[in-house]
Design a protein around this ligand. Structure first.
Ligand SMILES: NC(=O)C1=CN([C@@H]2O[C@H](COP(=O)(O)OP(=O)(O)OC[C@H]3O[C@@H](n4cnc5c(N)ncnc54)[C@H](O)[C@@H]3O)[C@@H](O)[C@H]2O)[C@H](O)CC1
Ligand SMILES: [K+]
Length: 501
């Protein structure tokens, strides 16, 4: 699935209208029907439904929903925000139809016409502005949105909460605070970023039958979905041996932080690496062998024979200190194969000017927003950060994995957003697990971008499976590791030709 700009959404509508073919008013009717069904199925019909409409097609949807609710036996009241300009054709057609059925249609020309809203009895449908918003709300429209928000009433936003831009920051805007957003056909970038989360509530994507083939022509952000990942999996060879699936080197762990190394190593083995060696201080070898007998260890003070490893993961738990800086510098310049760079390795790179330029082509860096900021500076908002990641992915020869609720993966000016994962992962150790998983995929021969997409998706999926039986607050990074196998098995379910990993 792709994340379209308002212009592309508009073109998708037009494409469907021409190629299905369907009249634009009928497409609006179909979109409204999906919303009406949602309202009826969710049993909001016992509340007084107030529908606030603008005079664009979002408002047209609101009018069509009002008519469909009346036809279903309900008595919604409609409020139209009036600026004096004529509505769109489809708005006018639906207004005409609605006038035949009800007199409960009010025009709001000034704040004195705002209705009293009772949060205990009313339900608000927000159809003021949709994807056509072209400037922040001001004056009367801003005052109306404030009035609705201040009422504390349940709001269902149609397509997008009014006042929210689809593909740029709405940080300083007045925006409807919706409990539910019913968006048409596809998720949008505005629902991916954390800064909008307080306004969009629960997002439901409603299929309004736009023609999918249009998407093949579109170059934009893509969502990482099960379908995308199952097509990327490499099958295991029946004649394989441990050497076939690569030897991963994990430069991880230090005094008080050996847990990070063990988590990364265990995740690496569970994700299919043939062999795993941890590079750490020899004082901690016993801890590794006790916790994870499958892993081997080499001492941090010794020179590394890089030729025996197919991939490397560097950073979890190494600490920011001189000894770690030495091993980071040496690895960047001497390890010529793909590597994953995380945590303190990123902090060390950030603290040393010019080191970023030594990150080898084909590597994957996995910063969380704070580490990203240390490396590349502050961003004013989430959208600016996304644009920065895009530009950096062209400037540098590595894949960027910017961790978050919808982790962003960018390479060579193309980007994807992950769809798996949950807030239970917001706990120490989750990132170490990801580093281990990515190192395993690189070791097995996935290319860096495939590794990043597959690893990030499976990491989130394992956590999603884990929370079926573990409360989100109680989930540990270990629980993610314990469900990696289930995540892989669940991908295989889609294809009985045994998609091995
Ligand atoms: N495929 C689909 O997703 C479908 C979507 N539908 C609905 O159509 C809207 C988009 O409609 P559009 O007419 O393009 O835009 P809006 O309704 O959002 O209104 C734009 C309208 O308002 C003016 N305007 C913009 N910003 C402001 C502002 N800050 N203050 C005042 N006025 C503003 C602008 O100039 C326009 O006149 C989409 O969201 C869906 O709800 C179709 O119904 C079905 C297919
Ligand atoms: K809206």
């Amino acid at each position: 699935m792709k994340l379209l700009s308002p212009q592309q959404i508009h073109e998708w509508d037009a494409y469907t209208i021409e190629h299905e073919p369907i009249a634009s008013i009928d497409l609006m009717e179909r979109a409204a029907r999906r919303c009406t069904d949602f309202i009826i199925e969710h049993n909001f019909k016992h509340q007084q439904i107030l529908i606030f409409c603008g005079k664009g097609n979002n408002g047209g949807d609101g009018l069509a929903i009002a008519r469909q609710l009346i036809e279903a036996g309900l008595s919604p009241v409609v409020y139209i925000l009036e600026f004096g300009a004529k509505g769109t054709d489809d708005f006018q057609t639906n207004l005409h139809k609605l006038h035949q059925l009800t007199t409960a249609i009010h025009f709001i020309q000034a704040a004195e016409f705002f209705p009293v809203i009772d949060k205990h009895k009313d339900l608000v449908i927000d159809a003021l502005f949709g994807s056509g918003l072209n400037r922040p709300l001001q004056e009367l429209s801003a005052a109306l949105v404030d009035h609705i928000n201040n009422a504390g009433v349940t709001v269902i936003a149609i397509d997008v909460p009014s006042g929210m831009f689809i593909d740029k920051s709405s940080k300083d805007n007045i925006v409807i605070k919706a409990k539910y957003t019913l968006t048409f056909q596809a998720l949008k970038l505005c629902f991916i970023v954390a800064e909008n989360a307080p306004c969009f509530g629960e997002v439901h994507v409603l299929d309004i039958g736009l023609i999918n083939s249009f998407l093949q022509t579109i170059k934009t952000y893509t969502l990482v979905t099960k379908q995308l990942i199952t097509t990327q999996l490499i099958q295991r060879n029946a004649f394989a041996h441990k050497g076939t699936y690569g030897h991963a080197l994990l430069i991880a762990g230090n005094k008080g932080k050996m847990g990070a190394a063990i988590l990364a190593a265990k995740a690496c083995l569970r994700s299919g690496a043939g062999l795993v060696t941890i590079n750490t201080n020899e004082n901690y070898f016993t801890a590794v062998h006790a916790a994870l007998p499958e892993a081997m260890c080499i001492d941090r003070s010794e020179n590394i024979d890089h030729s025996i490893y197919k991939s490397a993961g560097i950073g979890p738990g190494i600490g920011v200190n001189d000894e770690s800086a030495i091993v980071v510098a040496a690895t960047l310049t001497q390890f010529t194969k793909p590597m994953v760079i995380d945590a303190d390795a990123l902090n060390i790179i950030a603290a040393n000017e010019g080191w970023l330029n030594n990150v080898p082509a084909g590597s994957i860096i996995t910063p969380h927003p704070k580490e990203f900021e240390r490396l590349f500076g502050k961003c004013a908002d989430d959208f600016e950060r996304i644009e920065k990641v895009m530009a950096l992915s062209i400037q540098y020869p590595f894949t960027i994995v910017l961790k978050g609720h919808h982790t962003m993966i960018a390479s060579k000016g193309e980007a994807w957003f992950n769809t798996t994962g949950n807030p239970g992962m917001a706990k120490g150790g989750s990132g170490d697990v990801l580093t281990g998983m990515l190192s395993a995929l690189l070791a097995q021969g996935y290319d860096p971008l495939q590794s990043a997409l597959t690893g990030v998706y499976l990491h989130g999926l394992a956590a999603d499976i884990a929370i079926k039986n573990i409360a989100q607050v109680s989930m540990l990074a270990t629980d993610i590791i314990d469900h990696i196998s289930d995540a892989i098995l669940s991908l295989q379910e889609t294809d009985d030709t045994s998609l091995s990993f």
